[in-house]
Design a protein around this ligand. Structure first.
Ligand code: FRU
Length: 435
């Protein structure tokens, strides 16, 4: 941390810090992101979204996560697997779904044929005016459900504050399916500190730029057995405080040749981490971010880690329109690798890009989540928008929006990983949590 925050007194110090690497917070640099390229190892096959059968008739579903055990393995309770998804009734305009998102759950014996169980929490009990993505793990017959409380319960006009929240309940499973009962109080467990993680107020001080404090993802380090939550944040401070630093750009050679457009200041996505000390949910200690994308990218969504061959693979999702001025990249799954949990992350494949939508269908799928066996689930997003930008979707007719939004799970795909290289191996059926 000391290094990460003090680096930039002079350009020289900054450059030597860059060369050493290994600070607690690692920069995803403009140099690395400028190497992003679609190729056959990362580009998803074309999916015709209009032909996908809806997994939850009557509902749109998007961000999805599986019930895991405390170690992060996909759980099985009396032979049932469980997934959770953000949902909204399917007559709601796709452009509006985030405003009324509700977490629903599904169970399945084979991990393919999902039955809708209902709302995860009793109606109206969760915090926020709506709930955004999170994670869920089970331990000793209990479910610990983490989620994003967005806005405030009962608010008349929609607000966007995001806080990490959780509740614990009982899992009841029998021959007919799975349900959750006896929920305890819902609690806010983490809010941005304004130093490492931007508050809503700081975000409002600069013109433009994103604000995020969401998507709590459970992680237990198999080597130290310590437990954590990862989350999506933005680096602390307002845009005016965010001076361009050479280490955001890259190596001295690269940085020397670059003109960074001033508008790039608005990009400040980061991947946050907090330690759940002693496994006690009332002792959550915020730590400096694992990765920051200042002047590179505005949103590093749904971060999660898979440990393989003693290496930590940190994945996150981002959108085309979240790149800083002067950089481009697809709606895709991105990743980093390190030999340790904290510090030392290097972008996978040189650039960070792991999976990308095909160039002729750039909004095909999104919100990918890599399971421990490297199968990746995502949801079918907007297909075939032609030249339209995603921001324009909300201005289109309802017919257009409904016929283009998938609102269901995309085909699951299989990745392979060797050291810092990944490869898309295979495509499976939509929504298959394959073990
Ligand atoms: C990703 C995402 C998440 C958020 C959710 C809101 O698709 O932006 O970060 O929790 O959608 O609907």
């Amino acid at each position: 941390l000391a290094l990460a925050t003090s680096v930039v007194a002079s350009g020289l110090t900054a450059l030597s810090a860059y060369a050493e690497g290994g600070e607690q917070t690692v920069n995803w640099t403009r140099e690395q992101a400028s190497k992003i390229e679609l190729n056959q190892d990362n580009t998803l096959p074309y999916t015709d979204i209009s032909k996908l059968e809806k997994l939850a008739p009557g509902y749109h579903m998007w961000d999805t996560w599986a019930l895991t055990d405390r170690d992060g393995n996909v759980a099985s309770i009396k032979g049932w697997k469980v997934i959770f998804a953000l949902t909204a009734p399917s007559d709601v305009l796709p452009g509006k779904v985030h405003d009324i998102a509700t977490i629903r759950y599904f169970y399945s014996k084979n991990g393919k044929d999902w039955t809708l169980g209902g709302e995860l929490f009793p109606s109206g009990s969760a915090l926020g005016s709506r709930q955004w993505a999170g994670s869920a793990m089970m331990d000793n017959g209990k479910i610990h459900a983490f989620y994003t409380a967005t806005g405030h319960k009962g608010e008349e006009r929609l607000t966007y504050e995001q806080r990490l929240a959780m509740a614990t309940g009982d899992i009841v499973a029998d021959n007919s399916g799975v349900r959750f009962e006896n929920w305890g109080d819902h609690r806010i467990i983490l809010e941005p500190d304004g130093k490492h993680y931007q508050t809503k107020e700081q975000a409002q001080q600069g013109e433009g730029g994103g604000y995020a404090f969401r998507d709590p993802m459970w992680f237990k380090d198999p080597q130290t057995k310590k437990e954590y939550l990862l989350f999506e944040g933005n680096s602390g401070g307002s845009a005016a405080d965010r001076k361009l630093k050479p280490e955001y750009v890259g190596s001295p050679e690269f940085a020397g040749q670059q003109n960074v457009p001033p508008g790039a200041v608005h990009a400040n996505g980061n991947i946050g981490i907090a330690e759940v000390e002693g496994g006690d949910f009332s002792k959550i200690k915020m730590l400096p971010p694992l990765v920051e994308a200042n002047y590179v990218n505005e949103e590093l969504e749904r971060p999660h880690i898979v440990v393989k061959d003693k290496k930590y693979y940190l994945f996150t999702d981002s959108h085309i329109n979240k790149y800083a001025d002067g950089l481009t990249g697809p709606d895709g799954l991105y990743g980093f690798v390190s030999d340790k949990l904290i510090g030392g992350y290097k972008p996978l494949n040189g650039s960070g890009l792991v999976l990308a939508n095909p160039a002729d269908n750039p909004y095909q799928a999104y919100s990918w989540l890599v399971l421990p066996n490297l199968n990746v689930v995502g949801f079918a997003h907007f297909g075939d928008l032609g030249n339209m930008s995603i921001g324009d979707v909300g201005n289109q007719t309802p017919e257009f929006q409904f016929s283009h939004f998938g609102g269901t799970l995309a085909p699951t795909v299989k990745l392979s990983i060797k050291d810092d290289r990944t490869k898309l191996e295979q495509e499976y059926e939509p929504g298959w949590i394959k073990q």
